[in-house]
Write a protein that binds this ligand. Sequence first.
Ligand code: NAP
Length: 352
Amino acid sequence: MEKKINLFLVGTGNVGKSLIELIAHNYMYQIAGKKFRIRIIGIANRSKMYFSRKGINTSEWKSLLTKGENANVELFIQTMKRYKLPNSVLVDCTDGDVISRYYKIILKTFSIVTSNKSSNSASYKNYSAIRKAIKKYGTNFCYSANVGVGLPSIDIINSFLSGGDRVRSIEGLFSSTMNYLLDKLITTGKPFSRLLMEAKEKGLTEPDPRNDLNGIDTARKILILARESGAKIEMSDIKIENLVPVILRNIKSLDKFYESIKIADVKFDKIRKIAIKNNRKLVYSARFKNNKASVGIEMVDSEHPFYSASANEKVVLFYTEFFKHHPLVIKGQSGGAKATASVLISDILKTV
Ligand SMILES: NC(=O)c1ccc[n+]([C@@H]2O[C@H](COP(=O)([O-])OP(=O)(O)OC[C@H]3O[C@@H](n4cnc5c(N)ncnc54)[C@H](OP(=O)(O)O)[C@@H]3O)[C@@H](O)[C@H]2O)c1
């Protein structure tokens, strides 16, 4: 028997678009002998929203959305409720916290699947309230794409805990951009400012690279893994090494920032020389242990699992009661909108 899953998708950027493409190409999914058909019933971006009770034609979604009504989050949720379709799931592919502020309300009736880290990295009070809502209303909240897309880091923590194990510490390489820059710093000897420009030209950085350099995204990821392991930890508890020089932090213009970042070249050249002299590799890592977390530049020797990681690989190490002396290491090429969409599909299927 075919089971229909009814999606209400908010956010049609890189990830949202890739998700629509995946659904369009593989609209039947099969797990454990059951067939699932995923239909998109509602779709929204910042300005517009569009609904079709029978399912939106995925080859026309862009033009249909353009003709839709003005976007309004509350109206979007009300429409979901009014349709009363079984197996309705809200998929949040937005980049801010506007939608996640409504999660508690949405979870009273619907499951949520999200690639957006806002909810899980907001206050611990909010994190805990979301878990209480899921328990109370029997809905699901799936967010495997929050950390190390495609690497099953969140799932592994859950499997440790359900098997009676306890996470003692976590180490991770989560930022491809930072690790590309630090890898090239060692291997090419080029100035940091030039490497940053090259990474930008190759499309490896965020549109504003300060969002890579400030370490906040890496900090959010270790925060989420720490919380999944049971730690009551806040973002403000994490020590973050911000690679944007202090005197450049108030610059608004991006062009001015690119001109000024040259002042960081001397510092990075010093770090580079120390790493080479000591036969170390430079990484931008995240660490969690004893309820404390930090993110920043680290020099690792050839014994460390980070040493052999290439710039486009993510790595997560778990030390637990059972993996006490030799960590469980998950490593692999990860990230990108398509891989994220695939993880979202897997989460969507989990909700039913
Ligand atoms: N890209 C990746 O590889 C990746 C990997 C893992 C996780 N993520 C996470 O997934 C999320 C989406 O990433 P992305 O790369 O697709 O971002 P993106 O390209 O910037 O797209 C964001 C989308 O969200 C929409 N949006 C933002 N605020 C909204 C609101 N209040 N109401 C309705 N729509 C809203 C935007 O609308 P407009 O189109 O109208 O601007 C846009 O369509 C982010 O949270 C990101 O951190 C991304």
